[in-house]
Structures are given as C-alpha cells and as structure tokens.
Design a protein around this ligand. Structure first.
Ligand code: DC
Length: 228
C-alpha cells in the first residue's frame, strides 16, 4: 500500500486539501472556516503561527528584526499556544507581519503546516503562501481579495466587536502597510498561485462569499476526482 494520503481512505472519502490565501481582512478566515465546516475538514489559520511568534518576541522584549531569536521562538511553538485570544488583536497582526519577513522563521513553521495539510482525509489552511509554498499541489486553491477600504471597514467592525476602539483611518493605514510588507517581502511574498481562483468579496455578503467559495471548491474537487 502506498503511503500517499491522496489514496482513497477506508471510508471512501477522498483526500481534499483546500488552500485559501489572501490579504488581511479579505474574508479568507471566515471562508476557510465555512469550507472546513461544510466538508468536515480540520482547519488551520496559519496567521496564528506568525502572530504567536511575534507576541512571544514582544513579551520577551526581543528585537523583531532578530531573525535568529525569532527562528528559535518559531521552533518551540505548540498547537495549544494558538488558542490564546491575545493573538487576535490588531497589535499581534502587525508583530506577525514583521516576523513573517524572515526566511528562517518561515522555514521553521513549514513542517508543522505541511504535516497539518497532509493529514489523512484532507484539511483547509488559510494564509498568504499556502497555494504557492506550503501546499503547491493542493487540488483546490482560492485567493480571496477585497478593496483595502472594504477590508479596513470589516476589520474595524471586528476590532470594535472585540472591544478594541480604534479609528477607521488607522485600520486602513495598517492594512495598506501590511499589504506592502506581506506582498513586498522576498521570502514567500503574498501572491496568488498561478492556478488559484480569484474571489473578490468586496461586493459580497459573508453568505454570498461562502457560497462562491463552495462553488469554486466543488469545481476543483470534481476536476481533481476525475483526474485521480
Ligand atoms: O492572516 P493574518 O492577518 O492573521 O496574518 C498575520 C500576518 O502573518 C500577515 O500580515 C503576514 C503573516 N502571514 C504570513 O506571512 N504567511 C501566512 N501563511 C500567514 C500569515
């Protein structure tokens, strides 16, 4: 028997890996969680890994530009650390984007993500480089976008809901800065994989975006099942 998890599983379910990439507050997290529920797949929000490294560095008073220290922090991460609500704050997003520029930090987090992606039965992962670097052979890839203004509005409402009072203009400035850093870095820059389907959610409700995402995955899944 082959070790390849893409073989049929005993339940007759087929292996399905769904890669969901896109910029901050594009809706990719909500879409990924919805797909995971729909297909009953485990989900990994890979942004949490970088957020955790950033927060650990800040707590320890370390310099975020110190690649060696950041890499050591990344190497010690465990799955239970990702549950910390402190990782969901605006500040944690900024710290994450800063440590995510380091190639060795990215390398230290690679195996955890690949192992998650390759578990039997499949998985949904969302991030910036899932379709390009982490699982380049994922059968279903989405790149979720929305205009910076729409994303800033969504993030602002989300932060307000978490009790984090912040001006809309500041959230928009954060988003533009993060887009520039995440897309401009040399190591695994944020960009759509050549075979990703673009989903612009600017004019969509959450339900519409979730429906559109499911249709994209259904089409990809049908193609993949036919070919395998
Ligand atoms: O998706 P998020 O906002 O939680 O991500 C936080 C930061 O982490 C993001 O600005 C860049 C980095 N990140 C990354 O470089 N690669 C990923 N796969 C996920 C996140």
């Amino acid at each position: 028997m082959s070790d390849d998890p893409r073989e049929d599983t005993s339940e007759g379910e087929r292996f399905l890996v769904i890669a969901v990439d896109g910029p901050a507050a594009s809706g990719k997290g909500t879409i990924a969680a919805g797909l995971a529920r729909h297909y009953r797949l485990p989900a990994l929000d890979t942004g949490l890994l970088y957020r955790c490294v950033g927060v650990l560095m800040r707590k320890a008073g370390e310099d975020l530009d110190d690649e060696a220290v950041a890499t050591a922090a990344a190497a010690t991460l465990t799955a239970d650390q990702l549950e910390d609500p402190a990782l969901r704050t605006r500040a944690a997003g900024e710290l994450a984007s800063r440590v995510a520029v380091h190639p060795r930090v990215r390398a230290a987090l690679l195996e955890f993500q690949r192992t998650f992606a390759n578990q039997e039965g499949g998985a949904v992962l969302d991030g910036r480089d899932i379709g390009t670097v982490i699982v380049p052979d994922a059968p279903a890839k989405l790149y979720v976008t929305a205009t910076p203004e729409v994303r800033a509005d969504r993030r602002w409402k989300q932060l307000a809901g978490q009790g984090e009072a912040v001006a809309y203009e500041d959230v928009l400035a954060d988003i533009l800065k993060r887009d520039a850093r995440d897309g401009g870095r040399e190591a695994a820059p944020m960009r759509p994989a050549a075979d990703a389907v673009l989903l612009d959610t600017s004019e969509m409700t959450i339900e519409q975006a979730a429906d559109a995402a499911r249709r994209i995955v259904e089409a990809a899944r049908a193609r993949w099942l036919k070919a395998n």
